[in-house]
Design a protein. Structure first.
Length: 288
């Protein structure tokens, strides 16, 4: 697991942060899964490499993780570390395939016409990660699968609102084109980092969509599985707090520094989640 742990430590992501509340075996399993997700996402985003070469590399990863799922010998180091996790938790190749299809969308698509098209992307790159993760966490009630789908979409929409400038630097606009038209925000404003009152209203509308999925996740999480979903719940709390921070700055994300929670805020959320877990007060800390 050394390579997977190194990738996870280096990323310093909010997702990796949530692993701290897991027992060691599950933490190692999530590190291996996260390393796979990080690597395929980085392949798709590396614009120093021609698109067709990235497409071929993602195809190689698809076939290699298929081998891992079929109990054959994978060649890629991360997949070699992931294979025991796949076998132990019976992770389906279908989900890995969907995830790779999601990052492949970034090779070809720089605009999404509707929320429905955007939600397909969110499902593939975020909800599918949730569906794989809950198998590692362990659950009793099948409703946890719906919970994973809803929470994944909420987290990804929050990411999109935070990363508008970063994505614009790559020529990407994830905010649906129909909504840009509705709120009279020219794509050129986003590509040139121009903040406006109309943009604020557009972002608030997208945030309402994210909040809808946070609420669905909150309502869907089965009571009997709240303890096992503690890492996912920490993720929900972190991103909900990030959404609140975006609201406080009226969604002006066009400055050079991305909006993030500071270390103290993250530690507070970890402690709060841990205390809620151990006190039995496990109602979700988001979506209210």
């Amino acid at each position: 697991m050394e390579q997977s742990r190194a990738i996870t430590r280096k990323s310093a992501s909010n997702l990796a942060l949530a692993f701290i509340l897991l027992p060691k075996q599950k933490r190692d399993g999530m590190s291996a899964l996260y390393a796979f997700c990080r690597e395929v996402d980085d392949i798709a985003d590396d614009e120093s490499v021609p698109v067709e070469k990235r497409r071929l590399e993602l195809a190689r990863w698809r076939e290699d993780v298929r081998a891992a799922c079929e109990n054959k010998q994978p060649e890629i180091a991360v997949n070699c570390e992931l294979q025991p996790v796949i076998q132990q938790y019976k992770l389906s190749f279908q989900y890995f395939d969907e995830l790779i299809k999601g990052v492949e969308m970034d090779l070809d698509i720089k605009r999404y016409d509707t929320f429905e098209a955007l939600e397909e992307y969110c499902y593939r790159v975020a909800s599918v990660v949730g569906l794989l993760s809950i198998e590692i966490f362990g659950y009793k009630n099948p409703a946890c699968r719906d919970y994973a789908v809803y929470l994944g979409k909420a987290l990804q929409l929050t990411n999109i609102l935070r990363d508008v400038r970063t994505d614009a630097e790559r020529g990407r606009i994830y905010l649906p084109q129909c909504e840009l038209q509705k709120f009279q925000v020219p794509p050129e404003d986003i590509l040139n980092f121009r903040y406006s009152e109309n943009y604020r209203k557009l972002a608030e509308h997208v945030a309402e969509r994210a909040s809808y999925f946070y609420r669905l996740a909150r309502e869907t999480l089965p009571r009997e599985d709240r303890r096992s979903m503690v890492a996912a719940e920490l993720m929900g709390s972190v991103y909900w707090r990030l959404m609140e921070k975006l609201k406080q700055q009226q969604f002006n994300v066009f400055g050079p520094t991305p909006t993030r929670l500071n270390k103290a805020q993250k530690i507070l959320l970890i402690l709060r989640t841990w205390l809620r877990l151990n006190s039995g007060g496990m109602a979700p800390n988001y979506g209210a």
